[in-house]
Design a protein around this ligand. Sequence first.
Ligand SMILES: *Cc1c(COP(=O)(O)O)cnc(C)c1O
Length: 232
Amino acid sequence: MSRREELEANLASVRARIAAACAAAGRPADEVGLVVVTKYFPASDLRLLVDLGVTDVGENRHQEAEAKAAECADLDVRWHFIGALQSNKAAAVARYADVVESVDRSSLVDRLARGAGEGGRQVDVLLQVSLDPPGSEHRAGADPDQLAALAAALDLRPELELRGLMAVAPLGEDPAAAFARLSTIRAEFLADHPEATVLSAGMSGDLEAAIFAGATHVRVGTAVLGSRPGVQ
Ligand SMILES: *Cc1c(COP(=O)(O)O)cnc(C)c1O
């Protein structure tokens, strides 16, 4: 099987999973988008994916993402930055990312806005919310009670557009329980920010639970591309 055939088959099965999860949740199938997470995989895979109809890709490391975005500048694809964002990299990320999904503290906002402004760009932003129980060592994301202040900081920056929320289910917990909390957090957030309708949740192992809880796009790596090189 060629790499193209492999990716095509994997994409078909992920799309079938999304469609089945939408049906089970009583949601229209076109309500849930797919961001293919291409981290650790070469630009050649990205080209095949775009040729196979993929419109959105996700990357989580700035240096790798920046290089790939430059290498694939001719492709019509939206770049989602989904990784932990270092403050000193934020301006650079805003020069190529179309969506920054991992904004979790207000110190990032000015830097992202500066990078977007310098590039003459508008960048969509998702606030990453932590689903870890209070008191646990947070993996990533803002506490739910910090979201209002973050949204207010974004409001002041015309270069950045608040589109919604992103979350990762904590390790070692039933994702359905974590995403149920996310659904509540999102409902409260939407009451104050009705335009922020995006919910980015769900990965290869838990996309069904995320779609059940209202995800509007899932971020899938392994199930499309296979195990990441150099990762167990
Ligand atoms: C790597 C990654 C994914 C994709 O994970 P898979 O299990 O490979 O589908 C999704 N979201 C984030 C934030 C990631 O870092």
